[in-house]
Design a protein. Structure first.
Lengths: 318, 532
């Protein structure tokens, strides 16, 4: 087996193992909470008989290990159970909302990632000069703004002063692709503003780090233009740290944008999770927790694999 | 004179277009020398002349929805499920804005002489969305479902008072455990929507006999409805479609109204009402209702088991300041009993209790309290502005020499760990259609939600006697006596009644102030129309 393939397979196996461990941890955490699912359903009307009946019906009297494997089996076959609060099928609800989450994250990433890297390259090229200072200044300002402040600012600017977009960003089946893009324009703008600085700074720092190397001096002596040096010689060697920061930000775009979702009324996973946490709807919390963990693990794994592929030393281990 | 006529014509035109409230109209026309009675009549005529337009899509943007919401009427507890259920559902009866009974599925209601047995004649030919018509059996099955504890119905307390339900032909007969002259009003409770077969098979199907049928139900996101073609009442349900969008964020909801993405919104933040008044195309509707914000003391726990202490605190709160600062002036001061002019049978016989530091200090000295801090628990979610209100209360009480201290609690778990548990805390009530229901829910000795632990034999006796009293004047007198007891002995400090503050676009016609509930008691989307 090619050593690279072996490494990649190893990473994937490790990721899956980690996911299994996380699922056990989530189950344990929910188990450790005071009260159980039957109590959560019955709430104030929980009489001892009603509790006993419901526990029997839901199989809560089985030992925890049995229930864990039942739940895991359900998850693996795509059956996440039903929500306690409104009896909706969790897999169906999550399916649509996960799609919306990925759509928003994807649109924001498509703009933010290339833009951040480009700005990082420019900032590195003119390090210490005015373009660097302007880029750093603006991106550091936008990252310092709390998300909801940025969101309100964008709402004011683009729906009231220059009314070109709608403040409420709901999307639903049956909307055309362009209508959806138009609906999510404002949250995308906010998310781009929020994630830009981190990736831009990392690109700039990684490239400046590489620029100290002797081979860059050689390239300079060959008479190559600064931008060519950065693009052809410095950037490929700076990819690994940049990719890991990009992945961190992508993970944030998927699992961490609940504030933006709430402000724009965007119907995605974050809001769904928060609603169900407030109502102690544990099966939903378990399911969404697992999905968020999977996203994190997958993106980090991807960063690792890309890091390996980009690094000749890791590509050709001795 | 001619000029005055022109002005009058202009004002009538404004009223016709719905751009002027009754109060504004009367105020401005009387300034021209028109008598107040005539002005009021003129306004009524002008408002009637607004002709309902058919068609279009009415969009509401609302706070108070979550992805955990269900269409099961038994479970409705917040603003959005309430509004949603009022779109597709229909009860036996409802309450009109003037507080009188509105017959819906019940066509006729009668009772025996002592109000222990009630007969509801079911309107024939009222169709469900899926086909089939409402029968007396459906009505009984619906009420029975709500008596089942596992249905978790918010109307359990109401239906538990019915000992026997029978359906015969088009007549439903309800026998009660004890007399209740208000039963028709209780049957208008928003949980008691009549469902086919009682909704036993699938309570959350969202199928009823209301003016619109559910098309899309995405809890916590949006619901869409289309007109029920065979709806029995042609005077309401003007738009072809209705959409309810859940926009919990205040700023986004307001921006959506301003930009025309929605036509109506609930819960306008009192802090921005003044700013919004200047915005073209948007009207602010502030409607005095029955909802109120409260500070509740447990009458059975020290130091609140001493009535002098309770009276000291009642005199140590500045009600006018609360209305101004917490409600932005959109409300009225309360008088330590939960009833106001929005209720039927209310007699305004009470002097307004004011902030009186000297009197408060006097009562406090009489209570013989040892001077240890008196702790008031509050949380941001107890009611909008609850933390500020508690701090204002503490400041005015401290000025009177009462060592009141505010304890900030987290929102999470407030209603299970603090409310009804801590001896002194901030809370709110939404009000009920009739006085009996409000008192029964929270002030009867045995009530589960007796959150002031108020136990008064005389009060209980009056409450039960009033239920069987069919003479309105006598009942009214009994309620006044009860209010007096509660005001002077109860554990309730009620500084303010809050208005329902909604934002409505100019293109909406047919708005009517309704004290029974927010957004025309949940029916704005059904009763209004689009003028555009």
């Amino acid at each position: 087996m090619h050593p690279i393939l072996k490494l990649v397979v190893q990473r994937i196996a490790l990721g899956l193992l980690l996911l299994l461990a996380v699922s056990a941890l989530i189950f344990l955490g929910v188990e450790a909470l005071p009260g159980d699912t039957a109590q959560a359903i019955l709430g104030q009307q929980a009489t001892p008989e009603a509790l006993a009946n419901l526990r029997e019906k839901m199989g809560l009297n089985e030992p925890p290990l049995t229930r864990y494997f039942q739940w895991l089996g359900g998850v693996l076959t795509g059956d996440l159970g039903t929500a306690l609060t409104n009896g909706a099928d969790i897999a169906t609800s999550i399916g649509q909302r996960l799609g919306n989450t990925l759509f928003l994250a994807g649109c924001a990433a498509v703009i933010a990632v290339p833009l951040a890297i480009l700005l990082g390259l420019i900032a590195a090229r003119y390090a210490g000069k005015w373009p660097d200072k302007v880029i750093s200044g603006i991106t550091l300002t936008t990252i310092s703004l709390p998300e909801f402040v940025a969101a309100y600012f964008v709402i004011y600017l683009l729906t009231q002063l220059i009314p070109i977009f709608q403040p409420v960003a709901m999307v639903f089946p049956g909307m055309s692709f362009w209508a959806k893009l138009n609906a999510i324009a404002l949250p995308v703008v906010v998310l781009v503003l929020v994630v830009l600085a981190h990736m831009m700074r990392m690109t700039r720092a990684a490239i400046l780090n590489v620029m100290q190397s002797a081979y860059i001096e050689t390239a300079e002596l060959k008479g190559l233009s600064p931008m060519t040096i950065i693009w052809k010689h410095a950037f490929p060697n700076a990819i690994a740290p940049v990719v890991s920061v990009v992945m961190l930000n992508l993970a944030y775009l998927v699992v961490g944008v609940v504030v933006v979702e709430v402000v724009f009324g965007y119907n995605a996973l974050g809001q769904y999770l928060v609603d169900h946490v407030t109502k102690r709807d544990l099966p939903v919390v378990q399911a969404v927790g697992l999905i968020f963990a999977a996203v994190y693990i997958f993106l980090n794994m991807l960063a690792d694999v890309i890091g390996i592929l980009a690094n000749p030393r890791l590509r050709h281990p001795k | 004179m001619d000029d005055k006529h022109k002005q009058l014509d202009w004002m009538v035109a404004q009223a016709k277009a719905g751009r002027m409230t009754r109060r504004e109209f009367v105020g401005r026309t009387t300034a021209l020398g028109v008598s107040a009675g005539l002005a009021s009549a003129l306004f009524g005529k002008a408002a009637m002349a607004q002709e309902a337009k058919k068609g279009g899509v009415i969009r509401l943007g609302m706070q108070g929805g979550s992805s955990t919401d269900s269409l099961d009427p038994a479970l409705a507890a917040s603003e959005v499920p309430f509004q949603v259920n009022m779109t597709w559902g229909e009860m036996l009866c409802d309450v009109k804005p003037d507080g009188t009974l509105d017959l819906r599925i019940a066509e006729e209601i009668s009772s025996n002489a002592d109000a222990t047995e009630w007969k509801f004649k079911i309107r024939q030919g009222v169709e469900y969305h899926g086909g089939g018509t409402v029968t007396a059996d459906d009505v009984v099955a619906t009420l029975k479902r709500h008596t089942d504890e596992s249905a978790q119905s918010g109307a359990l307390g109401i239906v538990q008072g019915i000992s026997e339900m029978t359906a015969e032909g088009d007549m439903v007969t309800l026998k009660l455990n004890a007399a209740n002259a208000d039963l028709p009003f209780l049957m208008g409770d928003y949980h008691l929507i009549i469902q086919p077969g009682g909704g036993v098979d699938n309570p959350a199907a969202g199928i009823g006999a209301g003016p619109y049928s559910v098309v899309v139900n995405e809890p916590g996101v949006r619901l869409t409805f289309k007109k029920h073609a065979n709806y029995f009442d042609s005077t309401i349900g003007h738009a072809d479609e209705v959409e309810i969008l859940i926009i919990n964020d205040n700023t986004a909801r307001t921006a959506a109204l301003q930009s025309g993405q929605i036509h109506m919104m609930n819960r306008v933040d009192p802090k921005i009402v003044e700013l919004l008044k200047g915005v073209p195309g948007v009207q602010i509707k502030s409607v005095a209702g029955r909802g109120h914000y409260v500070f509740i003391m447990h009458c059975d726990k020290a130091p609140f088991d001493n009535n002098d202490m309770r009276m000291a605190l009642k005199h140590a709160i500045n009600r006018g300041e609360m209305v101004e600062k917490i409600l932005g002036g959109l409300g009225t001061p309360g008088n330590d009993f939960p009833i106001n002019a929005a209720y039927p049978l209310f007699e305004d016989k009470f002097e307004q209790r004011e902030y009186d530091a000297a009197k408060a200090a006097e009562y406090y000295a009489k209570s013989g309290h040892d001077g240890s801090p008196i702790v008031l628990a509050t949380a941001p979610g107890a009611f909008p502005g609850a933390v500020d209100a508690a701090n204002l209360f503490a400041a005015s009480a401290n000025a009177a020499g009462i060592p009141l201290q505010v304890k900030l609690e987290p929102d999470d778990g407030y209603w299970s760990n603090v409310w009804n548990v801590a001896p002194f805390c901030a809370s709110y009530w939404g009000g009920r259609p009739v006085q009996d229901q409000m008192y029964t829910t929270a002030y009867l000795s045995t009530a589960e939600w007796n959150d002031t632990k108020f136990k008064n034999a005389k009060f209980d006796e009056l409450l039960l006697a009033a239920r069987g009293e069919l003479d309105a004047a006598k009942r009214s007198g009994m309620y006044t006596e009860m209010a007096q007891i509660l005001r002077d002995e109860g554990g309730l400090i009620l500084p303010m009644f809050n208005d329902f503050v909604s934002g409505v676009s100019d293109v909406i016609g047919g708005w009517e102030d309704d004290p029974n509930g927010e957004l025309m008691n949940g029916r704005a989307q059904v009763r209004c129309w689009l003028n555009a």
